[in-house]
Design a protein around this ligand. Structure first.
Ligand code: KG4
Ligand code: ZN
Length: 358
């Protein structure tokens, strides 16, 4: 008789989503519950850390109950409890960590602390990807990095952003354009009707983004601040004061959004494929919230097929690209299998832990 699959409860509260999930054997998602806080943060135009932490407190217990009930699993049946303990907003992380520790203690289960970004790297495995090594591009609201992934737990950094994360740039440009929060999906929606040359209308934006991206020592590093500033000056002109943006027509707003989206997606595509070329790897995965972007998916897929050594691109479905707890519960299985557990004094850490560099 085959061994029953290890059942892991995952808890996630690193930013503005409270999430709980149960994953069996590292890849079978039995439940994946996410409570988004968008409505709470929308009036402020961005995530307010104190508001996020309070909202996590209010719903985390109910979310864990729902994740277990949906999975049809009782706490006593779990093999381990995983929780994201870095990087993120400290107050928000502490809520998930406190919940996970309490449950681990009450049910006498091992605790496994997980790095949120490495959870994003693992997300494609939950959607069926089993090819290693692969190159992983993580593009989210807080992070933009390229990794060489040799196994779920053997991950080396190839490049990272020198300034803004990709999602942060989408969010800030959307704010400049008055498109609302969260900015990424709003900007993508505004850009959608614009086709052909209208997407390159502001060619200086594309040019400046190329010039700035990776100008530093490592050509696989990213920079989005030049592109964001180009949009800002386009909207401000040279005669207005700081923050005084001119009024634009709805058509121009769409075209600025589309031109920004085009440039940002080109940067991501070029860097990710350059990483594949440099590493001699023919499989690329892209995850994190920005990986939901349809134009990014189109551009990367098109360019990957044109490579001299074609690259197969794998995007998880949008529900596994944005923040969720299944990705950390899935990754935790691989630490569980190796007996790598955390102590009950596991702490929150706001900073990303750099995976070993190559
Ligand atoms: O991975 P995620 O849910 O949270 C973080 O770990 O940061 O990513 C959220 C980010 C936000 O910046 C959001 O604006 C962006 O992903 N995003 C998008 C799209 N959907 C979400 N950006 C561009 N196009 C989208 N369709
Ligand atoms: Zn994330």
């Amino acid at each position: 008789m085959s061994e029953p699959k290890a059942l892991i409860l995952g808890i996630e509260s690193s930013c503005d989503e409270t999430a709980a999930a149960v994953v069996a054997g590292g890849t079978t998602i039995l439940s994946n519950i996410v409570a988004s806080q968008f409505d709470l943060h929308r009036p402020f135009g961005g995530v307010v850390p104190e508001v996020a932490a309070r909202a996590h407190c209010e719903c985390i217990t109910a979310l864990v109950d729902e994740a277990l009930a949906t999975a049809g699993v009782r706490g006593e049946q779990l093999s381990a409890i995983s929780v994201v303990n870095r990087p993120g907003l400290v107050g928000a992380l502490l809520v998930g960590i406190a919940a996970a520790k309490s449950l681990a203690l009450a049910w006498d289960k091992p605790l496994i602390g997980i790095d949120h970004i490495l959870g994003h790297v693992y997300a494609p495995a939950l959607a069926g990807l089993s090819r290693y090594p692969h190159v992983s591009l993580i593009v989210s609201g807080g992070h933009t990095s390229l990794y060489r992934v040799t196994s779920p737990t053997d991950i080396a950094t190839l490049g990272q952003t020198c300034d803004d994360a990709a999602g942060e740039a989408f969010d800030k440009v959307a704010k400049m354009l008055g498109l609302g929060f969260p900015g990424g999906p709003a900007l993508a929606a505004a850009a959608l009707p614009v086709v052909g040359e209208g997407r390159n209308l502001f060619s200086h934006i594309v040019t400046s983004s190329r010039a700035h991206a990776g100008a530093a020592d490592n050509p696989l590093d990213f920079s989005f601040s030049g592109l964001k500033t180009a949009v800002y000056y386009h909207l401000r002109g040279t005669t207005r004061g700081h923050g005084e943006l001119r009024t634009i027509t709805p058509l121009e707003r769409e075209q600025v959004a589309a031109s920004f989206e085009e440039a940002a997606c080109l940067i991501m595509a070029e860097k990710a494929l350059a990483a594949c070329r440099r590493e001699g790897i023919d499989t690329l995965t892209i995850s994190g919230g920005v990986a939901c972007n349809k134009r990014l998916r189109e551009i990367v897929t098109m360019r990957a097929a044109r490579e001299r050594k074609p690259v197969t691109v794998f995007f998880p479905p949008p529900s596994l690209c944005t923040d969720n707890a299944a990705m950390s519960a899935g990754l935790a299985y691989h630490y569980y299998a190796k007996g790598q557990f955390s102590e009950l004094d596991l702490d929150a850490d706001s900073t990303p832990k750099r995976a070993k560099a190559v």
